[in-house]
Design a binder for this molecule. Sequence first.
Ligand SMILES: Cc1ncc(COP(=O)(O)O)c(C=O)c1O
Length: 384
Amino acid sequence: MSDQHSHQSFETRAIHAGNTADPLTGAVVPPIYQVSTYKQDGVGGLRGGYEYSRSANPTRTALEENLAALEGGRRGLAFASGLAAEDCLLRALLAPGDHVVIPNDAYGGTFRLFAKVVERWGVDFSVANTSDVDAVRDAVNDRTKLIWVETPSNPLLGITDIEAVAGVARQAGVKLVVDNTFASPYLQQPLALGADVVVHSLTKYMGGHSDVVGGALVTADAALGEELAYHQNAMGAVAGPFDSWIVLRGIKTLAVRMDRHSENAAKVVEMLTQHPKVTQVLYPGLPEHPGHEIAAKQMRSFGGMISFRVQGGEEAAVEVCNRAQLFTLGESLGGVESLIEHPGRMTHASVAGSALEVPADLVRLSVGIENADDLLADLRQALG
Ligand SMILES: Cc1ncc(COP(=O)(O)O)c(C=O)c1O
């Protein structure tokens, strides 16, 4: 984060960091620099440092500066998707023979990246319950280079104590990566708690409107940021100018959206916990959630993601998803509109048969910012 923004509150940074008025016209919103190359004033004479848009593009730079400011990091990097960001990070930092600790609950695509892509290149991993700090410590060996954490996790809403795991990572001399997609930097600041790198699917709360796919890495350390920027350019899966612009636009309302997501989710949780057809509600805001105290310590509020289990098993869970009307049946999350899905058959189909397999009777909600009473009415009719 530049010194210019370090004293500002989150909401102010969200709107202003990286959003300097266009020097040519004074436009208050950064233009979409839909361009691949830049005229040079003589060989090597770059105006403003831009030479080719894979290496850098002014609209992407605006987003990257904003991301660094929001996470309190030194460097932000924007990618074509969350998985592109993860891939860049893993291939930049790992080599054959290295080992990684990954959570026993994570986005299915993240697990697939480790199990089906990275492992083929000679990197192995151990699956650990990262909610249990001792289990993380036990999973580290002398080849470990990274500990990967997702909190709250997708789809079981598990909570990992970032500060405690950062202590384990520091002691072992390994890096801690936190996927902050479910919380967003408004609710949780992993770098301040000791993480080295934050990962985002910008597709979710950051974009916030289900209209763009993107990813990000933010580093606490400038040198690590430089190393990742080198790989971002060398590997090439960058965020395009329009996608960067639309994420930057979404981020301006992140704080107000997240407040409403959390408020609506609390009302939905209250209804679900009393519903006779619901056998378990997974939400870190519930006092009986095993990670509740840690979540209350490291998160501003508990966010808009809820999972719950229904009486009647897989078919009953699928039926609830099919009957919902206002909750749109679809993958992804974090948009202003509410979504419902069956993780076992949809987002997490890729973890079937693995240590990350999810319960068949699980339903996941991404609670949007519609009127809460309308959302409750739809869920009641979907539950039957
Ligand atoms: C927690 C989490 N991390 C990473 C990703 C991957 O991001 P993307 O779909 O933008 O590649 C997702 C996508 O659902 C996710 O939920």
